[in-house]
Design a protein around this ligand. Structure first.
Ligand code: FAD
Length: 320
């Protein structure tokens, strides 16, 4: 069976959820071989094996932390040359997309970014993308070289599928370009204790209807009752009510959670572009004609200042 390389996104050995989702998708195409780089790479093996990695290629070197993406591209290229995989899967983070694009160029392959699904095809893996502000769903396959495909978080379930997960050291020779861009400082973001927006299973977003920075507390309260991330429309961000890092949409982040709750958001095409692939969409809006209601699974016509706190109380009560 063909091997499929999966690039491992991890923090000091703790594997992030999108990588486990990639292992689910990789198993549809072949046998997943994970590539874990940098500090704690070896510590990823147990989690990767539990989710289907037949092999884990590891390489630890200071270059992965000290320089931007090129050392990782060098390592992935070495892995491609060692394994001759049927495809290379990379999480669709900003860094993941840069790594994937550079790798595809290096190995002379085609690339598909931001896939939301993946299946085996007669002539190679077929990726599903949601394009033009989610107005169309396309299916594509790479027709040149080893397919390099980035996949959006929440595109597949995390499934336990125990496999050998044999750890092998990857031999990497860094290119001259590897040390071209040095990291000169790192400032950790203050933790909110909430999940990362693009990886969250549930996102609760607020828009102009929230009517003030202080009122975002009710959006946060609902999010916290559900263990969700908080999103915001551009109108709310432009008004200075919530940080740009939380903006959902064409010029913000693209999310695809199991549940997206939009409160006081009209549903402009640029907002939809960032959330339309969510599995279940709920909107709370006092205007029954708001365009957001065209794409919802459940709509509540009402004042968010009544509905959102009531929903929060109900969630808390049901949780006991
Ligand atoms: P509005 O459109 O003003 O809607 C507010 C809604 O709240 C209304 O439907 C109203 O009925 C409802 N409401 C008001 N009070 C209450 C209440 N008490 N209870 C319940 N409902 C209430 N937008 C994004 O979101 N993300 C982007 O990334 C983005 N990128 C853009 C890029 C470009 C190039 C351009 C031109 C625009 C972009 N926009 C983006 C802006 C987008 O076009 C809309 O202007 C924006 O999404 C509107 O935000 P909103 O829905 O919060 O506000």
């Amino acid at each position: 069976m063909a091997e499929v390389l999966v690039y491992v996104d991890h923090v000091d050995g703790a594997v992030r959820k999108p990588t486990l989702e990639l292992l689910t998708l990789a198993r549809r195409i072949g046998e997943p071989v994970a590539v874990a780089l940098g500090n704690g790479a070896g510590d990823t093996a147990a989690a990767l094996a539990e989710h289907g990695a037949v092999k884990v290629l590891t390489h630890e070197a200071a270059e992965y932390a000290d320089y931007l993406v090129v050392p990782k591209v060098d390592a992935l290229q070495a892995a491609v040359e060692a394994v001759s995989p049927a495809a290379v899967l990379v999480p669709s983070s900003a860094e993941g997309k840069e790594i994937a694009a550079r790798l595809a160029l290096r190995i002379g392959s085609g690339i598909i970014t931001d896939a939301v699904d993946l299946e085996a095809g007669d002539e190679g893996p077929v990726a599903t993308q949601s394009v033009f502000a989610a107005s169309f769903t396309t299916k594509s396959r790479v027709s040149k070289g080893t397919p390099v495909i980035t996949v959006k978080p929440n595109s597949a379930a995390v499934e336990a599928a125990p496999a050998a997960g044999a750890v092998e050291a990857l031999s990497v020779t860094f290119s001259a370009a590897a040390t071209g861009t040095k990291v000169t400082g790192r400032t950790p973001r203050e933790s909110t204790g909430r999940p990362e927006l693009t990886e969250a299973a549930i996102v609760v977003s607020g828009g102009r209807g929230v009517n003030g920075a202080e009122n975002f507390a009710i959006i946060e309260a609902l999010a916290d009752s559900l263990g969700a991330a908080v999103g915001a429309s551009r109108a709310a961000v432009d008004a200075g009510w919530y940080p740009h890092t939380n903006q959902v949409g064409q010029t913000g982040k693209s999310v695809s959670p199991q549940l997206y709750i939009a409160s006081g958001i009209s549903g402009a095409i640029q907002h939809r572009a960032g959330m339309q692939t969510s599995k279940t969409i709920v909107a709370i809006n006092k205007d029954a004609e708001a365009p957001i209601f065209d794409l919802v699974d459940y709509g509540v016509v009402g004042d968010l200042f009544d509905v959102v706190p009531a929903l929060t109380e109900e969630v808390k009560a049901r949780k006991g």
